[in-house]
Structure formats: structure tokens, C-alpha cells
Design a protein around this ligand. Sequence first.
Ligand code: HEM
Length: 526
Amino acid sequence: GSFEHLVSDYGAGGEFHQHAGEGDPRLTTAQGVTISDNQNSLRVGAPGPTLLEDFVLREKIFHFDHERIPERVVHARGFGAHGIFECTKALGDITRAAPFQAEGTITETFVRFSTVAGSKGSPDLARDVRGFAVKFYTDEGNWDLVGNNIPVFFIQDAIKFPDLVHAVKPAPDRGFPQAQSAHDNFWDFISLTPEAMNMVMWQMSDRTIPKSFRTMEGFGVHTFRFVNKAGKSTFVKFHWKPKQGLQSVLWDEALKINGFDPDRHRRDLWDAIKAGDFPEWDLGVQLFDEDFADSFDFDVLDPTKIIPEELVPVEIVGTLTLDRVVDNFFEETEQVAFCTQNVVPGIDFTDDPLLQGRNFSYLDTQLKRLGSPNFTKLAVNAPRGCPVHNYQQDGHMQTGNRKGRVNYEPNSWGEGPRAHPLEGYVSFVVKEEGEKRRLRPESFADHYSQARQFYISQTPAEQGHIANALIFELSKCQVEDIRARVVAHLLNIDGALAETVCTGLGLAEMPDPAPAARPTRQDLPP
Ligand code: HEM
């Protein structure tokens, strides 16, 4: 059959050759030289030593030796797909952002789902937060909405992120545990970080063992700004709602799936798209102004808090459809570079201290990961549907230097791009004042109320899952003091839950509740 034409001949020693036949492309080196034999290195005698002169062998192995790039420092394991975003409700009076100007406007997108803690080869069904990162290739540049499947975060300030991630990842001495949230270091850090308690309740819920990427919600987490043509700002929170429904599995199921098919989530997304069963998410926004922000019990710039949907309903403004798998996993899914700082006119930041730190981190890590500041030229990262003109030049792997002599601005040669004050990105004007200090505002101090609200909002079965997850995960923490410190926090959330976990863990006695507001360094007298 089809194998026939490949088998051209066997050499004198019985070795197998494949030769390019009619219509088959020729195998070449990277220099374009046609290769005559891809099975035998150049040797003296039989076998005899291999010759340094064999450029075919050396080039092939040299390239292979350099195939690996560093995995992402977090969210290493992910899976991407292409799609489109269709605006279903125009928001022109609220934002000038291109995707929202008219109903029916289509914006191309690339989405990468991920786990956070595990390495690139870790199993899909880990109990972990999931990344939900969306790149919008808008007519006015790329906008990245780099979110998670949980609407709150562990910490309030980016300065804590390296410690959080160190505590979550395998311990530095033993190199385990992998890809699961629960162990001594993680719980130690959490027990000393009361601001994490809201996130921990979500993390111990069914949300962190989704049935499929297709059945997850997504959230932008931070409060962002929309800015309209007149320069008016509105606060906005972003929500992705899966049309497939929100579905999770039980922990026992997750364990079985991980053993049976550790690629379950990526296979599921690939199969669905290949079968034409395109997953869809509605994009919802919560819009509110400064007055609401001032009247709300929590600080809207605190990323450990949600804005309750009863107070500010989620308005659906568009639909995301994933309709195309990648052609190549490495080129697209692995090399895609999302960054919270990629915004377009009409979208702006707030003073959320976590967002401010993220804005530095992504670009910085991507230079390390992708090796060259020219990664924006890769097809998956390059803007589409809008021109890119600037005087950036050179650097590793440059392919698009400007032609001609002009590589600076201003210049009097009458050539080259110029800034455009009217259509260009203008940062929203905010009046900032205050003392330069390392200060956590008082409005960031309540760490338990929303954790309680989340727990109470769960059905009895779901509450049972949270309790079981806490008992199971904490039982793997070897240090009794750490377990007790976590239970002390639970006492501030729900007494019955604390009781169940305390008994489940077999603690000698119920600890005292954690001090509700622990003094931070900044609160101490100077
Ligand atoms: C990667 C979400 C907080 C640093 C990611 C990715 C997502 C994400 C979805 C994966 C992107 C991809 O698929 O390529 C979030 C969310 C956060 C958060 C929702 C909190 C609300 C932070 C913070 C920092 C940070 C506070 C640092 C200060 C990173 C880094 C990567 C990453 C370094 C790897 C990026 C890369 O190598 O391309 N994050 N993250 N994240 N995040 Fe975050």
C-alpha cells in the first residue's frame, strides 16, 4: 500500500533507506543542502569512528539539543485554541475599545487554558486554579484579558507573588509534591496569609476540578477601567460564562481520570473543536462608577474580593467561540505571550496593587522564556488587522527592521511613523497624591466576610465537598501547628465548618480563632 513508495531500497549491509521519489519533497539541511542519507552518519570503516566533518549529523543533533525553552514559571501546562469574539451589545457610550463598538463586530482571538502549579507534563485534573487567558487581535492592537477560573486571588499585593508560588510549587529540597495544592509549605504560607482565605474557600470547592475546559467560567479578577471617547471612565469586572454550563468532577473521579488519561482536558478540547462542537462563552461585564466604589463595603481595588452580582448585575456583551485548533502546539500554545499590560484605547488599569505588579512581570518573564524581544513578531503574538510601525530594531532573531536610513524620530527626512495624539492610546487622567510608604490600606483588611458568603452560598453537597477537600488536603500536611492555624482561620468563616475539619483532622483541641486583623509591619509605630 502507501508504504510501498517509501521503501526504495536496502543498502548492501541490509540497512534501510528512504529516498525522495516523484512529488516528494527533498530533505535538506537548514542551509538548504539536499541530504543524501538520513540514516547513517559519516564514518571511517564499519563501524569506525564518526567524523567531525559530518555537518549533516552535527547540524541535526545541534538543533535537537536546543529544542527546549524554559517552561512558564507558573501556568506551565496549558492548551490553546483559536476563536472569534462577537459583540452582541455595543458599549460605545462606555468604552472606545474596538471589540465593543457595534453589535456584530467580530474580533479574532487566541485562548490558552492552563493549570497554575504543575509543570508542563503534569496531569490535567489536578486540584488547582485554571488560567483563562484571551488575546483579542483588535483593529487597534492586541488586548489580553489574562484571567483565571476563579474571580478572586490569594494575595493583595504583587510583592507576595514569588513567595506564594514558591510555597505552591514542589519543595526545594525534595522536589515534591507536584501539581497539587496541598502540602506543608503551601499550608504554612496560607495559614500566615489571612487575605488568602476567600480564595482558599473557592480553591477547596468543586471549581478547581473542572470537568472540562469547556465547562469553566473565567474572570478578569481585577477591577479594570473602560474609557469612552469623551474620556469618561467606568470601572469594569470581566466574566466568561460557559454556554456548556459550569461543571466539575468529584475528587475520586479526578484521581481516576488523572491515572487513566492525564491529557483529559486537552484531548477533550481538541476533540470537541475537531468534531465541530465549538465551545462558547458569553462575556459579561459588571459596570460601576466611583460612587458605587466608595459606597461598597470592600475596596474594589482589592483582588481578593468580588463585586456581588446582586449589587451589580452581569451584563452580557458578547460571545467567544473557539473554532480552530492550533496547527502547531509549540509555535502557538507554547510561544503565545499574554500580558496584562497589553491594552487598547478604551481599556485602562486601576491602582490594584496586584495588577500593577503583574503589568511588570509578564513582559519580563517572557524575555527570559522566549529569548528575544522580537517575540511579538511570531504569528500568534503579532497584531492582526492593524499596522505595526515603529523604530524598534535589531535584537536576537530580528526579521523586520525598517528599510532605509531612518530609524529615529523626530527626523527631517519626511519619513517614518509619527505619534498620533487623537487616535493614540491616552492613559486615563487620575489625580494621585499621598505619602510614599509601604502601606496596606485599611479598606483591604476584612479577610473573612466574603469567604463566609461564598461558603454559605454553596449547596449542602458542595459544602460537604469543601469540608472533605480541606480535611483531605490538610491531612497531607505533616505539621499539627500549621493545620491548627488553618482551622483557626476557618473559625472566622464558619464555626460548623471549622468543627468538621478539626474533627476530621483529629486535632487535639479546637484552636482559638485567628486574630481578625493582624497588625502588618506598616501598622507598627514608626
Ligand atoms: C502566567 C493569570 C497573578 C505572573 C499567567 C497565566 C495566566 C495568569 C492565565 C497564563 C498565561 C498563558 O496562558 O500563557 C493570573 C491571574 C492573576 C495572576 C488571574 C491574579 C489575579 C500574577 C501575579 C504575577 C503573575 C501577581 C506576578 C507578580 C505570571 C507569570 C506568568 C503568568 C510570570 C508566566 C507568563 C509567561 O511565561 O508567559 N498568569 N496571574 N501572575 N503569571 Fe499570572
